[in-house]
Design a protein around this ligand. Structure first.
Ligand code: ZN
Length: 294
């Protein structure tokens, strides 16, 4: 089914912490000056890596059969060996392997990962993405790096070139650092929302949903107008929170957000929304409770 289930796809904080720890422990064991060695992670768990042109539009797949576990990468969707996109795909599939609940589901059915091209924004995919982002960019490395690069889309881009990470990977890690209230969206070229991600500060400020359609004349809409041939340059705009997010007229709805949008080739448009203020007042306690127990 197309469309984004915005409410169901938030990872509760305790669960997110658990997944971060799991990924960072694996990363620590297989770290070199050049980053996490995925081949070593695969070899340690006796997981075979295979590349092929698959007809289905998936990026990667974790397969379990009588021969054991295999990660399949789809060359047809741009998963060239060692390319940032492919490293993220492998790391994501490793998430499905290392997270016990995912491995249990795998026993019943195949789980294709749609990666940047995700149609459904479900919780397991987000958990595997979170795992992947911490496996490839562990905290120790990323904290120092973001201090040097600064934030925003510019900082995220510098991280990608420095560590050979994909934009999605670096952007998720930037939000995870929770330096400022900010959110991410990824839209296909027809404008449909494929996935979104919020920093904890933004969530606690009462923002939980992004508008289904990009705002007219916003940075995102302008990049979409240019089409999939658009150069990968950052376009920006600013607007009050209520134009960008579904949040009614409540507290924080007039806070100004900077929007930075960038084309990611044929896949769509990545947008980063950053509050002008480094901290926004929190919404009522009921929201904290909901965040904790959802
Ligand atoms: Zn997946």
């Amino acid at each position: 089914m197309r469309g984004v289930h915005q409410e169901r796809s938030i990872i509760p904080p305790d669960r997110a912490d658990f997944i971060r720890c799991l990924a960072e422990n694996v990363a620590e064991e297989h770290q070199t000056a050049h980053g996490t060695v995925l081949d070593a992670v695969l070899a340690d768990s006796s997981i075979e890596l295979i590349f092929d042109d698959f007809l289905e539009p998936f990026d990667g797949l974790l397969i379990k059969d009588s021969k054991g576990y295999r990660v399949a990468c789809n060359l047809a969707t741009g998963n060239t060996p060692n390319a940032p996109r492919c490293r993220f795909t492998i790391a994501h599939e490793l998430g499905h392997y290392f997270i016990d609940e995912h491995r249990a589901v795998l026993a019943d059915r195949l789980m294709p990962s749609m990666g940047e091209n995700a149609i459904q924004d479900n919780l397991m995919e987000r958990e595997a993405d979170l795992f992947a982002s911490h496996l490839l960019l562990p905290s120790l490395l990323i904290r120092k790096a973001f201090k040097k690069t600064g934030g925003g889309m510019k900082g995220i881009r510098q991280i990608t070139s420095r560590f050979g990470a994909s934009m999605k990977c670096a952007a998720i890690r930037y939000l995870g650092e929770d330096l400022v209230p900010c959110g991410l969206s990824f839209r296909a070229w027809d404008g449909s929302l494929r996935w979104k991600w919020f920093s904890r500060k933004l969530w606690l400020a009462g923002v939980r949903k992004i508008r289904d359609k990009p705002v007219i004349k916003s940075a995102t809409e302008r990049v979409i107008q240019k089409g999939s041939d658009a150069r990968p340059e950052v376009v920006d705009s600013a607007a009050p929170a209520r134009y960008v997010f579904q949040m009614g007229d409540g507290q924080n709805s007039n806070e100004i957000f900077q929007e930075e949008a960038m084309a990611l080739g044929e896949y769509g448009v990545l947008s980063l929304f950053t509050a002008q203020k480094a901290d926004l007042p929190r919404m009522a306690n009921v929201l904290d409770l909901r965040y904790t127990h959802s």
